[in-house]
Design a protein around this ligand. Structure first.
Ligand SMILES: O=c1nc[nH]c2c1ncn2[C@H]1C[C@H](O)[C@@H](COP(=O)(O)OP(=O)(O)OP(=O)(O)O)O1
Ligand SMILES: [Mg+2]
Length: 197
């Protein structure tokens, strides 16, 4: 039976706590929904600068900055929404596109293209005192970019319709999103890594 968790034993033997550094309440909520029964999630609402570069590099720098700020083991997460017609853009910069153009404007960016496919990507990074570099876990969910449908309370959820579904992330039940999401897949890899059989 999988039971001992390296992270617990090494770093937080009693509380089984993960510190998630994020300024995004919706991310935190999903983390708790996905892994709350296995870990206690403490969040630190730090606003971390995000550099430019390939997604893994951005996520790595973010993790190092969070670790520097916290002075203890912590987890960060960087999420991208990538359009295939644009070779992966806006990707890690989607937040700025969303702020500037909203979900509507973001979906309209693909109007001139036949290819509406894209993918959601979560890069979960863990940095702790025992490491030289952050460990990174990548989760991707493929889908298509559509005009906004559903509640607008979480980022680009209204314009992302995962493959095999007729609902957008925003329209589907949270339980359904959390079973197929980019975030779930990254968290699963993270948990698998730290589980000792
Ligand atoms: O599952 C998601 N469904 C829809 N939208 C999402 C999701 N996950 C992140 N998002 C949004 C938030 C931000 O506009 C951008 C990612 O930017 P990203 O830097 O990773 O997030 P953030 O700045 O809000 O929080 P953090 O403090 O963890 O960096 O996509
Ligand atoms: Mg951010």
């Amino acid at each position: 039976m999988r039971k001992v968790i390296y992270l617990y034993t090494k770093l937080a033997p009693k509380k089984h706590t993960i510190i998630l550094c994020t300024g995004n309440k919706n991310k935190l909520k999903e983390f708790i929904q996905i892994m709350g029964d296995q870990f206690h999630i403490d969040s630190e609402p730090v606003d971390l600068p995000e550099l430019q570069g390939p997604p893994l590099q951005i996520a790595k720098e973010k993790a190092l900055l969070a670790y520097e700020k916290m002075g203890k083991a912590c987890v960060t997460e960087d999420t991208s929404l990538c359009f295939n017609a644009l070779n992966g853009m806006p990707g890690p910069y989607v937040k700025w596109f969303l702020d500037a153009a909203g979900p509507e404007g973001l979906s309209k960016m693909l109007d001139g293209f036949e290819d509406k496919t894209g993918y959601a990507q979560c890069i979960l990074s863990y940095m702790g005192p025992e490491l030289k570099e952050p460990l990174q876990f990548v989760g991707q969910t493929q889908g298509v970019i559509v005009r906004p449908r559903g509640p607008r309370n979480f980022g680009w959820d209204p314009i992302f319709q995962p493959d095999g579904y007729t609902d957008t992330y925003a329209e589907m039940d949270k339980d359904v999103k959390n079973k197929i999401s980019h975030r779930l897949k990254a968290i699963q890899k993270f948990i698998d890594h730290f589980l000792v059989n």
